[in-house]
Design a protein around this ligand. Sequence first.
Ligand SMILES: [Zn+2]
Length: 295
Amino acid sequence: MVMATVGVIGGSGLYQIEGFVGATEVDIDTPFGKPSDRIVVGELAGVRIAFLPRHGRGHRIGPSEIPQRANIYALKALGIERLISVSAVGSMREGIHPLDMVVPDQIYDRTTLRPHSFFTDGIVAHVGLADPYCPDLSDHLAVAAEQVGPTVHRGGTYVCIEGPQFSTRAESRIYRQWGVDVIGMTAMPEARLAREAELCYATLALVTDYDVWHETSGPVTVGQVEANLGKSVKAAQETLKRLLPTLPARRGCNCGTALAKSIVTAPNLISPEVRQRLGLLLDKYLPPVGSGTGG
Ligand SMILES: [Zn+2]
């Protein structure tokens, strides 16, 4: 059942989308539990989209506790092929200012506590993640963002920390030496799971602060983040409205076949339980259940 073809996961500050037409809320359960909240399905700028606030309405779920597998699975179950992630981030470079927007092309994962694959407990798959973001979707997203107003930086590395605390100054200085561009707490394992689910994935990163490394702006605080987010969230919503009508009906990238040569477990050893749990991802690659091939 395809209810929407584009998904939007909203981060801090983006808990609902204005201008939705015919919005309905969908309460979905998945083999990985409930997603962060009910998913809103409706039309935006003439395109059917599914919207999920990553932290839940009212911001109830911390970065380490986001049910990321349930979120991606639920959006996949609704039929989406493309996923836009909107995230608040800190800047790690002098030239990336608060209120700028970044469309990153790389991620460095520093998270440690989060389930980060669908392929566990009886099945193994190794998808490629060299380029964690879909180049096509990121291009379209950057073009749309550039039409809205704030400065847009194309490309850059997002370092994803576990949180929920902000970084120490030593950590922040070391990340800068590594050459990262922005810092946040949610891109992983979202990007990993989106690739495993064969979704195109792109991030619109909203810069709210200079983290803690900047000598003149003082360490980041929640108050500073929220003040800048209010402005950036409006630009993010406008970007989405411009982006959606520009997406071609058919995808021209390789994201939709990420699993084709990645499953290494012998098909006849994949248990009925795994087939049941991951049928949404596996069925296109494996013989139908009960076809007699198992012997
Ligand atoms: Zn793609």
